[in-house]
Design a protein around this ligand. Structure first.
Ligand code: SAH
Length: 341
């Protein structure tokens, strides 16, 4: 069955023609799905009952079921556990900032990248999400909060560039002026560093922000934390970042999770500075979120500040990520993990 919410308006028009319907019906349905955020064909009350029935036979209509929601008492961040149509679980996070609401979405159920500090990967990859299922996380949260989402970060469970085609289709749909119409510049895609796909993404010449999870400034250390580092070396990644900037003019974000005694020394800060000093970039320091199943702990505040100061002294743009939702299993994959046990 065709997954109707993953179709572009043009594709939907063709489908309607095949069903012997007028093309303007596609426009109506598209608006129901992507603007009015209908959760089923039943809600599409300006379509005849016969057409709704026909659609139910021909198309799959995805919708998420909310399993749990946890709200942070500290900052109002909400973490949602959603169930997909086939029962698999994913997480999404809603964060309220001064400049608008941001949603962090998952791109896969589980993950096969195996990063040693991340809870999403503990059970391996279950499956990749369809474009509709990425949209559904934003739509469901918009309905649940009653507030518009203005920023999207693809930083939840999964490796987005390991689900490349669906990610691209999702970006096309979520930025569509006939849909939610979120600006490309309001979208960030975070990758563990699949260099070939990063270059492929650069060639699409989109205006989205690319974030690279670097976490270490030398390959040996990075390989201990991230198995993907055996596939692509840091120089290859830096080259891919430079290429991304060259093609899109978009500044790269480097994510660097600080782990006590692993990657938080003055030497680490120096090596990082030397590595990225010539790039137009921004570093986001994330004090590692301790995961029960993992042994990593955060450096103390002084150590984190020292690291930041060292980068700044070397002329690098850096922020320490405001830790949101620490009290609600904020780190990737933790809530789902708890539900399963
Ligand atoms: N697969 C993508 C996106 C998902 S993870 C990627 O690797 O970038 C989003 C970010 O959170 C990544 O930078 C990831 O390395 C980081 N992360 C995962 N678990 C974490 C933890 N326990 N503490 C701090 N950061 C974590």
């Amino acid at each position: 069955m065709q997954d109707i919410k993953s179709l572009t308006l043009d594709e939907l028009k063709k489908e309607m023609e095949l069903l012997g319907e007028k093309p303007f019906r596609a426009g109506q349905m598209y608006q129901w799905m992507h603007v009015k955020l209908a959760r089923s064909f039943d809600e599409m009350t300006n379509l005849s009952l016969a057409l709704r029935e026909k659609c139910r036979e021909y198309f799959e209509y995805t919708a998420l079921k909310m399993v749990r929601m946890q709200e942070s008492a500290i900052d109002g961040t909400r973490k949602y556990l959603f169930e997909l149509g086939d029962g698999k679980l994913i997480e999404s996070v809603w964060m309220r900032y001064r400049h608008g609401n941001s949603v962090c979405i998952s791109s896969q159920a589980g993950c096969r990248m195996g990063c040693s500090f991340c809870a999403s990967t503990l059970g391996g990859l279950e499956r990749s999400l369809k474009p509709s299922e990425m949209l559904d996380q934003i739509y469901a949260i918009t309905l649940l909060t009653g507030e518009r989402v203005s920023n999207v970060v693809v930083m939840g469970m999964g490796e987005p560039l390991d689900n490349y085609d669906n990610l691209l289709k999702f970006i096309k749909l979520v930025t569509d002026e006939n849909g939610l119409h979120i600006g490309q510049r309001s979208i960030t895609v975070s990758t563990c560093g699949l260099a070939d796909e990063m270059k492929r993404l650069a060639d699409e010449k989109l205006q989205i922000t690319l974030a690279l999870s670097l976490h270490a400034a030398d390959d040996e250390k990075r390989r201990e934390m991230m198995p993907v580092a055996n596939r692509y070396s840091i120089p290859e990644l830096i080259e891919a970042c430079a290429y991304y900037f060259e093609k899109t003019g978009r500044r790269i974000t480097f994510e660097y999770s600080l782990v006590k005694g692993v990657n938080d020394s003055a030497g680490d800060a120096e090596r990082l500075s030397a590595l990225i000093g010539n790039l137009n970039c921004h570093v986001n320091l994330i004090p590692v979120n301790p995961v029960v199943e993992r042994k990593y702990v955060q450096p103390n505040v002084q150590k984190i500040t020292d690291f930041k100061n060292k980068l700044e002294k070397n002329g690098i743009n850096v922020t320490i990520r405001r830790e949101m939702g620490r009290d609600i299993d904020g780190a990737c994959g933790q809530l789902r993990r708890r539900q399963k046990q």
